[in-house]
Design a protein around this ligand. Sequence first.
Ligand SMILES: NC(=O)c1ccc[n+]([C@@H]2O[C@H](COP(=O)([O-])OP(=O)(O)OC[C@H]3O[C@@H](n4cnc5c(N)ncnc54)[C@H](O)[C@@H]3O)[C@@H](O)[C@H]2O)c1
Length: 257
Amino acid sequence: MPDRIRLDGRVAVVTGAAGVIGAATVRLLAERGARIVAIDRRTEDLKAVIGDLPASAEAVAVGADVTVEDDVLRYVGVAMDRFGRIDVFFNNAGIEGEVKPITDYSLDAFRRVIDVNVVGVFLGLKHVLAVMLKQNAGSIINTASIAGLLGSPHTAVYSASKHAVIGLTKSVATECAGTGVRVNCVCPGLIESRMLGAIFEGRYGSTATPPRAIERVPARRLGQADEVAAIVAFLASDDASYVSGSAYTVDGGRTAG
Ligand SMILES: NC(=O)c1ccc[n+]([C@@H]2O[C@H](COP(=O)([O-])OP(=O)(O)OC[C@H]3O[C@@H](n4cnc5c(N)ncnc54)[C@H](O)[C@@H]3O)[C@@H](O)[C@H]2O)c1
């Protein structure tokens, strides 16, 4: 198949890069020619992701906590020192948090989900966008979820955090009016992953995918992390030059009807 979307020489910063979706995206962006700054708090797993890239890939790993502003400034600093610019920012780190009814949800657990999924996304947006506005160029892709579009049982806090990511995305896209910076988010559906298994376990008592979950997906299967990465690569590229402020579903049609 022809390699339609190329990102040669582009500098891509990816958070949550040791996770399923982050790692798949690091791989795809590197294959398409991007230079990578990969961020995660799980440094050993992060090194493994970088170690698996093709020898030709240029990539640097930074252990950082996205909820700590000094860590965010540090990863932006590493990107600038090493590459001098940031073209693509995949603002992706996130947690599912506890999966339980709201009446059983502790305030600490609530705050932790908001801290990672909303404060972490805010801090990344704030500091990477400042760089991109100076360049007058760049593409930011936040990771929301179909949980940012729909409600569902036992994940109210996760859902609230992802609604917030969509709100941040659309608002910041409007703040970038007249600049060369685009801001979008992806809304993955049921992606085969540890996180999905954890949500099913909290909701139904087993990590296995219940048949009724698949019946509600027109594609009649779980999605793969690579299928999310493909949309991120598109949104990162000049092929998406007229796309900003969008919440791009990658959900096999789950939210269509
Ligand atoms: N898996 C799915 O079905 C699904 C669906 C919709 C949206 N999402 C979203 O996609 C993103 C990636 O999810 P995933 O399935 O790859 O999960 P994952 O748990 O495999 O990856 C998330 C990564 O984020 C990192 N992370 C968490 N908190 C961090 C922090 N404070 N600082 C730095 N790194 C931190 C984790 O260490 C992990 O490597 C998340 O935002 C998630 O909410 C996932």
